[in-house]
Design a protein around this ligand. Structure first.
Ligand code: IMP
Ligand code: MG
Length: 181
């Protein structure tokens, strides 16, 4: 049975996502012309976005990955955030761009931005593919947003439910009956 049967509605097609990513890439290329761009991908959700976005950027950049615990297999945040895999090098003097899949309650990113700011970077900005502002619990304002999405559970293009659906090439809404059993 195809994963596609679990998707209630497609929000962004492959073509629409590509246009969104190109647009953000152009803006970042402009903003980071004479900077020391260091892109940080928050695993695992931002994997696919990161891979596409860095190829839409035409200024030099370095990358690294970090992983935090936020959700288990449920659909809402627990509050506690822990770094599971940290960055490999010092962030001092670098122009950090944190790349995230979706900004929901904001708890994960708020913790992360504070943690990274303490490492003395030259600057730090946040880029999120999707923003779900209705669910925000803390004040956090992303610098680059791909698209604003409604308060529904989103999967595909890196976003998962219980580690599934990351490989869907589009972004869609998961049928509620899949997670409300
Ligand atoms: P926050 O701390 O509540 O902002 O949670 C952010 C993280 O929760 C994201 O990086 C995602 O991994 C996950 N998340 C939040 N909403 C969704 C969703 O609709 N679909 C899939 N994952 C989500
Ligand atoms: Mg994530």
């Amino acid at each position: 049975m195809s994963m596609r049967n679990d998707v209630a509605e497609i929000l962004y097609s492959e073509e629409q996502i590509a246009a969104i990513v190109q647009n953000i890439g152009r803006r970042i290329s402009e903003d980071y012309k004479d900077k020391n761009l260091f892109m940080i991908s928050v695993l695992k959700g931002s994997l696919i976005f990161m891979a596409d976005l860095m190829r839409a950027i035409d200024v030099p950049c370095a990358i690294d990955f970090l992983s935090v615990s936020s959700y288990g297999s449920g659909t809402s945040t627990s509050g506690a955030v822990r770094i599971l895999k940290d960055l490999d090098s010092s962030m001092e003097g670098k122009d950090l761009l944190v790349v995230e899949d979706i900004l929901d309650s904001g708890m994960t990113l708020s913790f992360l931005m504070k943690n990274l700011s303490a490492r003395k970077p030259n600057s730090i900005r946040l880029c999120t593919l999707l923003d779900k502002p209705e669910r925000r619990k803390v004040e956090i304002y992303p610098d680059y947003v791909g698209a604003v999405v409604p308060d529904k559970f989103i999967v595909g293009y890196g976003l998962d439910y219980a580690e599934k659906y990351r490989n869907l090439p589009y972004i869609g809404v998961l049928k509620p009956e899949i997670y409300s059993v």
